[in-house]
Design a binder for this molecule. Structure first.
Ligand code: PEP
Ligand code: MG
Length: 521
């Protein structure tokens, strides 16, 4: 957020000057290329320090491009055949080569046109004796028609609040550098010269530029920037560290995910595993029942991405607030108290067994556990487990490999809490779903906005439920975690540890805040 600096497009007018000394012109060009390569080497060193070797590599590539025979010969030929100055021959070559790349089908290759222009204008600047780079006098937002990768890396990062360009693509090196350097940037958007000097917000997350923001927009942006800075600080301080108390007690800090792509967020935030994979999202994102193979691929991908870390897949939890048309579920007066989750699965063995087969098959590729949602009785758990055994037997018969996953019960109904000592005898672990447990304990619909302010998530009844569940689990030597939103409430972390909670599974963005809290206790 800050003042816009509108960067005029550098209009290098190149004249088609006739020359007579062809050899001299070629030498001029060669010398300029040598000087350009030296500059690129320096840029490479600077980029390597600031953004790392991988992203800096572009400047090595640029250096190599300046060794490219086709490119060099094109310049020589034009000098020789048309008897024109090196500047003109180079500009012509640059245009031709850039156009050639831009006409390619592949998006990545298309974006290389900008690299050609970038290296060419560097040599041109040297040939015409112009200085490169513009210095910002104070922290500002740059608005430009386009920015070359080399211009981006040369911008003084301390003074660059963000940039907005009319051109550019997601694959362009400028965009890649911006991401790596953590510079808010919006590309491929409208820019106007009259915005120079105006205040603006560059929202790189949403690809939005707000010119002359109102007070409310400013306040929102400030809050988000603070949140972001805090996240960056946490990442720096806590990534790779253990979630361990000062007394040395280790808590498993896992992430909640809804699909395969979320695994990246989990890993970025240093999740130690996946504590809740809401498998129903595969059904919600689909037009019809996802096949066994589609599910298998998704579960396998998550297991592989997590590379041996625990991945707990929650079996289908459809119904209530998560409705899917193709299930053709009847409209209910009280859907939250209705036909949902394990209740549906136990009535629809085809759907349930398809999912269990997919989970078991995927178990061969990592460290998969599964858990059943909305359990209210021991019978339900037994029935669900007997389906699991059936599927195991079928896989065995068919010679399909699988591991024997841990089987957990989600504790999200008061009934499950009260019979938790019995459930604990037949389960490998408990995961407390506080979102539903709160709604059922306090008789308050979690979907009803009106109740948001009235409901006390810290209600003693809720806390007692959690404590009871943990006691039952430990009395039967199984572990117990929390995967509802309350697990991320750092005001309760200490209480949870006192209850003996072994695992907390939270949204990826909350992981490090919770780790920070655990490490302070
Ligand atoms: C819960 O109820 O706390 C839970 C984790 O499950 P969901 O939010 O998906 O119902
Ligand atoms: Mg739930």
């Amino acid at each position: 957020m800050g003042e816009i600096f509108y960067l005029e497009k550098e209009e290098a007018t190149i004249h088609r000057e006739k020359i007579t000394d062809i050899a001299r012109e070629k030498v001029r060009f060669d010398e300029a290329v040598i000087a350009a390569k030296a500059q690129l080497q320096k840029l490479y060193e600077k980029a390597k320090k600031e953004v790392g070797e991988a992203e800096a590599a572009i400047f090595e590539v640029h250096e190599m491009m300046l060794d490219d025979n086709d490119y060099l010969e094109s310049v020589y030929n034009i000098i020789e055949n048309q008897q024109v100055c090196a500047e003109f021959a180079l500009a012509q070559t640059s245009q031709n080569f850039a156009r050639m790349f831009r006409e390619m089908d592949d998006d990545y290759m298309k974006a290389r046109g900008a690299d050609i222009e970038d290296i060419s204008s560097r040599v041109l600047r040297i040939l015409s004796g112009k200085e490169e780079g513009r210095k910002l006098q104070k922290p500002m937002i740059i608005m430009a028609y386009d920015l070359a990768p080399s211009e981006t890396i040369q911008l003084d990062k301390d003074k660059l609040l963000g940039f907005v360009t009319q051109k550019g693509s997601t694959n362009s090196h400028t965009a890649i550098l911006a991401r790596t350097m953590n510079i808010p940037a919006v590309i491929n958007t409208e820019i106007k010269k009259e915005w120079h000097g105006k205040q603006a917000i560059v929202d790189g997350y949403n690809g939005e530029v707000i010119i002359e923001p109102c007070q409310e927009e400013i306040e929102k942006a400030v809050a988000r920037m603070e949140e972001d800075e805090n996240k960056i600080r946490l990442l720096k301080e806590l990534k790779g560290k253990e979630s361990i108390t000062t007394a040395g007690r280790k808590i498993n800090l896992y992430a909640n995910i809804g699909n395969v792509a979320d695994t990246a967020k989990a890993l970025q935030n240093d999740a130690e595993g996946i504590g809740l994979f809401r498998s129903e999202f595969l059904y919600l994102e689909s037009q019809t029942y996802p096949t066994e193979d589609e599910q298998f691929q998704a579960y396998k991908a998550v297991a592989e991405n997590m590379a041996g870390k625990k991945v707990i897949i929650r079996t289908l939890d459809i119904g209530a607030d998560k409705q899917v048309d193709y299930f053709n579920l009847e409209k209910e007066e009280n859907p939250a108290l209705g036909y949902r989750a394990i209740r549906i699965c136990l009535q629809e063995p085809e759907i349930f067994k398809t999912q269990l087969r997919a989970i078991l098959r995927a178990s061969a590729y990592g460290n998969i556990s599964l858990m059943f949602p909305m359990i209210v009785s021991v019978e339900e758990l037994r029935k669900a487990k007997s389906f699991l055994e059936e599927v195991k037997e079928e896989l065995k018969q068919a010679g399909i490999p699988f591991k024997d996953p841990e089987v957990g019960v989600m504790i999200e109904t008061p009934a499950a809490v009260i019979i938790s000592d019995q459930l604990a005898q037949e389960a490998d672990f408990f995961s407390i779903g506080t979102n539903d447990l709160i709604q059922y304990t306090l008789a308050a619909d979690r979907q009803n906005q009106k109740l948001d302010d009235l409901i006390d998530n810290h209600h003693p009844a809720v806390l007692k439920m959690i404590e009871m569940t943990a006691k039952s689990a430990h009395a039967h030597n199984i572990w117990v975690g929390i995967c509802g939103e309350l697990g991320a409430d750092t005001d309760l972390t200490e209480t949870f540890l006192e209850y003996g909670i072994d695992e907390l599974s939270v949204s990826p963005s909350r992981i490090l805040a919770v780790r920070e809290k655990i490490r302070s206790l």
